[in-house]
Design a protein around this ligand. Structure first.
Ligand SMILES: C[S@@+](CC[C@H](N)C(=O)[O-])C[C@H]1O[C@@H](n2cnc3c(N)ncnc32)[C@H](O)[C@@H]1O
Length: 201
């Protein structure tokens, strides 16, 4: 459970990304996720929370949030920037997060760093931990062509892009029913990006 690339670049990352969202549509997606999670019992987990900006936004929207990340450097920034939010060292397996129910799970641009062969079991693990109706929001760099996830040259750590249909299938196979998805593009960024909201059946 290490992330040396993010540790080495955490200070630069914090300077480059002072805001939770790069595009307005991402704020809308997070707001819709927060609405879906509202009133559910337990903590909302921000998987791969990085600098903690999104966790803090969800906390401001009234959710009981914990951000988890495998990079001590990113967590140090998160804790210092958002001292009122809970953060913990963990990866997408959530193996250290054993206390209490999980109300909702958000994983923005973090599962891209999990080997595709492990993503399926990771999502199945989440499904086993949550109750029916639990919302999950995943965001990732998308592939244009259908098929298996493909590696790309991410600046910080090994990473894979997913076609939204392929990721949708991973969620469905684990027991999550898709509610909506968005695919968005920016002329200054080389890949489309996708977000999928699903609920545990
Ligand atoms: C691109 S940043 C995204 C940060 C944040 N989720 C956001 O939306 O701004 C990716 C984050 O995923 C974390 N990460 C890397 N490998 C991970 C893993 N196996 N499980 C969970 N998080 C991971 C990194 O440490 C980093 O903080």
């Amino acid at each position: 459970m290490t992330q040396p690339g993010y540790d080495a670049l955490a200070d630069t990352y914090a300077e480059m990304f002072p805001d939770p969202y790069q595009y307005p549509i991402e704020a809308h997606a997070a707001a819709a996720f927060a609405e879906a999670a509202a009133g559910r019992i337990g903590r909302t987990v921000d998987v791969g929370c990085g600098l903690g900006h999104v966790a803090a936004d969800l906390a401001a929207r009234g959710l009981d949030v914990i951000g988890v990340d495998p990079s001590p450097g990113m967590l140090a920034h998160a804790r210092s920037l958002h001292p009122h939010v809970a953060f913990s060292a963990d990866d997408a397996s959530l193996s250290t997060l054993t206390d209490g129910p999980i109300a909702a799970i958000l994983a923005r641009f973090s599962l891209i760093h999990v080997e595709p062969s492990e993503v399926r079991s990771t999502v199945r693990r989440w499904a086993a931990r949550v109750s029916a109706g639990t919302p999950v929001l995943v965001a990732f760099q998308a592939a244009d062509e259908p098929g298996p996830a493909i590696a790309f040259d991410h600046a910080v750590a090994p990473a894979w892009r997913w076609h939204p249909d392929e990721f949708g299938e991973v969620l469905a196979a684990a027991g999550f029913e898709e509610s909506w998805r968005i695919v968005y593009r920016d002329k200054n960024y080389r890949f489309p990006m996708a977000q999928i909201l699903a609920h545990r059946r």
